[in-house]
Write a new protein. Structure first.
Length: 196
């Protein structure tokens, strides 16, 4: 079971603190706005952000929840998030963890997460890691909780899962009901709720 080489992302963040221009590129800013507008609730209790990168989505999510667990594989990315949080009053609500998902997993709060955000991450997982990741997502989602996924659709070198197949697999997780489906040339975004 594996993903793209762990050191790959650390190298990227050591060379450039925003390797995908998440803070400045129109695509990234627009996609983040669409994702945030898609969320069904104004506020959530416990949120898990898988693959937080440099923290642009983290800062936005922290405004809308009581507790946020932001996870990334790259220590350099997490240092950037932590530095940005030091200057923000929402910092007390955010816990950052360096974990290799899905083999490592954050502590799940009693009753599960109210929201799980997976953006630009799961297509780096091979088939076995992806299956484990999906199973852990499902078991970590609380009653009434929401799972939102957003991924780039065009091909790129280190992709291991096609976006459409990945989102279809998420949608096939037992019991989830899709509330939102947004599909365009550049990205796909889906939001599901666990009704039970």
């Amino acid at each position: 079971m594996d993903t793209v080489d762990d050191r790959h992302f650390e190298r990227l963040y050591r060379q450039d603190d925003d390797p995908w221009r998440v803070a400045t590129a129109w695509y990234e800013r627009r996609k983040r706005a669409v994702l945030l507008a898609t969320l069904a609730r104004e506020r959530y209790g416990h949120v898990f952000e898988a693959g937080c990168g440099g923290g642009d989505m983290t800062l936005a999510l922290a405004q809308r929840c009581d507790q946020l667990c932001a996870v990334d594989l790259a220590p350099s990315a997490l240092r950037r998030v932590q530095a940005r949080l030091r200057a923000d009053p929402v910092a007390a609500a955010v816990r950052t963890l360096a974990l290799k998902l899905p083999q490592q997993w954050p502590p799940v709060p009693p009753g599960g997460f109210d929201l799980i955000v997976v953006s630009e991450l799961a297509y780096y997982l091979d088939d076995a890691a992806c299956a484990l990741f999906l199973a852990r997502l499902r078991s970590s989602l609380g009653d009434g909780g929401e799972l939102v996924a957003c991924h780039w659709r065009p091909a790129f070198d280190d992709r291991l899962q096609p976006t459409d197949r990945l989102h279809d697999a998420m949608g096939a997780l037992p019991g989830l009901q899709r509330l939102v489906h947004h599909h365009e040339e550049d990205f796909r975004l889906d939001l599901w709720r666990n009704p039970s």
